[in-house]
Design a binder for this molecule. Structure first.
Ligand SMILES: Nc1nc2c(ncn2[C@@H]2O[C@H](COP(=O)(O)OP(=O)(O)OP(=O)(O)O)[C@@H](O)[C@H]2O)c(=O)[nH]1
Ligand SMILES: [Mg+2]
Length: 628
């Protein structure tokens, strides 16, 4: 039988009985710090485990994170509810809905928590029906409107069993966290154990972490190996999404890591400090007046993401502030980078940390690259792929949407069928937006045609020149473009690309110059004048280059050019001479062919390169495998 794993976090106003309830449910007192015991208040996160049996008999293991309710510790509360499956929302009957009931409720909503069970604590002290009604009113029209409300008392033991069975029913209906092979553990505690070394704990989402695995800690970029993995005191081979895990990282020192850092695998993208987001503020009332201050454009604030709190500044796409009941697209500039995925939720608090003012969702974690965009559908991989390509033009397949909540498989399947439908272009390793690719091709073809027109004597346009004219930074994109063009009416010749139909021709006015050069090269074919002598002016230079590109002239050295047929003839005469006379010196060959040292030395070097001859001391012999 398999056990399903979930994370529950408590929430609710200070002193409403969250920790007492966790103790009644699990037997574990989550308040572990001496100061917490002394002040009888929760300050930092506490942890416990609860084993449940679903109505169908399945085993459920729930890790419980107990959070502080005091307004001074909201920061810690948010760190505890980052990636939970269910909120155990506590309201005390003697007190009713209080300020942090409201604030915690909003935080859960901002973080996208889908499910809650409401415990009406201290039912031995107050009126259950009145507070139940109040809670229903507060929750009406929200995601938790239908959440079960269970009256409990840890004094009398009332409702505890009912709460256990309600949690079991709710978790049995909850989908397990998906494994997309992109694990992230948001570190909420770092400590060192004697003889063991550094240990970090946190909740795992998105994938598993296993013993022996090489991991990376962001934003510090520290690589380390996992020596061991534990969950609630049990040694594990693999910790899965939805589990609390304690990971032993002996390679790292405690002071190199802090709460809010993320453990993940290398090659899933990098943390960033500029993000495009959608922020929203719900319309909430308290006794007829709107609660929470406004969020002004350009204001400084704190962003809470995962277990991290980071200072930042927000800029809306349109001016003005964010009013209650509204949502806006904005750019976040953070004081330090965070490792966020598309679709991640975050909470915004004011710079004095007195109020929770907004919540949001990440649209693009690499927000410095593009301008602000309109909103995209985040839960559909096809539309996300299309929107991303439309925005950035192209992407390397393996880099596309790495920081998203979709697995590499889902993304590559989307690429395949979107390409089949003609919605995107895929060439080798590059995926591109159709319109982007079409425009790029049109520009490239325009440049090639212009080059043919301007320099009809040239074979085509140099690829390096074309690439820089197109301003393509990525070699792979350019390579794909060239391949694409060459599947059609274009051809690559060495480092040049041309229309297949293009035939280089010299302009009529330089044809007499060509004639003169051919004659100069024919006069003494094995010892023609130097290139410098031939290239007397720019027209002559143009003709020589043309003849070389066309293959009529061979360039032996910078200053030595020959007619192609002279070169071929010299080659066979050299071979003939050596095969008759044995290994020969430059001087013997020069004399026999009636050439000069100036021509013979580079000629023989070329023949060595071509594998016709081989050098032995100051003599040349024929290569045995030679095929004349
Ligand atoms: N009468 C009564 N008192 C309770 C009950 N549950 C908790 N208490 C008392 O309420 C006080 C606060 O309980 P905690 O569990 O510490 O409250 P908390 O919500 O964890 O408080 P913070 O973590 O500081 O926000 C303690 O003195 C508890 O004994 C209950 O069911 N009945
Ligand atoms: Mg507590």
């Amino acid at each position: 039988m398999t056990t399903r794993h979930f994370i529950i976090a408590t929430a609710g106003h200070v002193d409403h009985g969250k920790s007492a309830l966790v103790k009644a449910l699990t037997g574990t007192d989550p308040d572990r710090l001496p100061e917490e015991k002394k002040r009888q208040i929760t300050i930092d996160l506490g942890f416990a485990a609860l084993n449940l049996t679903a109505p169908n008999g399945d085993q459920i293991h729930a890790g419980i994170v107990d959070v502080p309710g005091h307004e001074d510790f909201v920061r810690n509360m948010i760190a505890g509810v980052g990636s939970i499956d269910l909120a155990l929302f506590v309201v005390a009957t003697d007190d009713g809905w209080m300020p942090q009931s409201e604030e915690h409720f909003q935080i859960l909503n901002y973080l996208g928590v889908q499910r809650a069970v409401i415990a009406l604590t201290k039912s031995d002290l107050g009126r259950i029906d009145i507070v139940t009604n109040e809670i229903r009113e507060r929750l009406s029209g929200t995601l938790f409107a239908e959440s079960p409300i269970v009256p409990t008392s840890v004094r009398s033991g009332m409702g505890i069993e009912k709460l256990v069975s309600t949690l079991a029913v709710q978790l049995a209906r909850t989908e397990s966290q998906r494994d997309i092979s992109k694990p992230r553990l948001f570190i909420d505690r770092v400590f060192t154990l004697r003889g063991i070394g550094t240990v970090v704990t946190g909740t795992i989402t998105g994938g598993s972490l296993r013993r022996g695995q090489q991991i990376i800690v962001y934003p510090s970029n520290l690589e380390a190996r996992i020596r061991s993995v534990q969950s609630h005191g049990h040694e594990l081979e693999v910790a899965q999404p939805g589990m609390r895990a304690a990971i032993n990282l002996p390679d790292l020192r405690v002071d190199q890591i802090k709460r809010g850092d993320v453990v993940t695998l290398p090659n899933h993208g990098m943390p960033t400090s500029t993000l495009i987001v959608r922020v929203q503020r719900p319309l909430r009332f308290n006794g007829g007046k709107i609660v929470s201050p406004t969020l002004k454009n350009g204001s400084s604030m704190y962003v809470h993401h995962g277990a991290l709190r980071v200072a930042g500044r927000i800029r809306f796409r349109e001016n003005g502030s964010l009013e209650p009941g509204k949502e806006k697209i904005a750019r976040l500039k953070l004081a330090s980078p965070i490792f966020a995925f598309i679709g991640d939720h975050f909470v915004v608090r004011d710079s004095s940390e007195r109020h929770t003012i907004a919540g949001g969702i990440v649209l693009d974690p690499d927000g410095d690259k593009e301008s602000l965009t309109s909103s995209v559908t985040l839960d559909n991989v096809d539309s996300l792929v299309r929107a991303t390509l439309a925005r950035q033009g192209f992407a390397h397949r393996e880099n596309l949407l790495v920081k998203s909540r979709f697995s590499a498989n889902q993304i590559s399947e989307a690429l395949i069928h979107l390409e089949k439908e003609g919605a995107i272009i895929v060439r080798q390793n590059i995926a591109a937006d159709c319109e982007f690719w079409r425009k790029l091709r049109v520009r490239a073809i325009g440049l090639i045609d212009a080059a043919h027109k301007q320099t009809p004597d040239r074979v085509g346009i140099d690829l390096g020149e074309l690439r820089s004219a197109l301003r393509i930074q990525e070699p792979e994109v350019f390579e794909s473009l060239v391949t694409d063009l060459c599947e059609g009416d274009f051809v690559r010749k060495g480092s040049v690309i041309a229309r297949t139909s293009h035939r280089p021709t010299l302009p009529v006015e330089v044809q007499p110059v060509e004639q003169r050069i051919r004659e100069a090269l024919t006069g003494q074919p094995f010892d023609p004048p130097s290139r410098k002598a031939i290239e007397s002016d720019s027209q002559a230079r143009q003709v020589v280059r043309f003849l070389i590109e066309k293959g009529d002239v061979t360039e032996l050295a910078l200053d030595v050019v020959l007619l192609r047929e002279s070169f071929e003839l010299m080659k066979s005469q050299v071979a003939e001479f050596i095969s008759k006379n044995g290994p020969s010196t430059v001087s013997q060959l020069r004399q026999s062919l009636g050439s000069s040292r100036r021509v013979m030395v580079p000629l023989l070097e070329r023949l060595d390169l071509e594998g016709v001859t081989r050098r032995a001391g100051d003599k040349r012999m024929l290569c045995t495998s030679r095929n004349l």
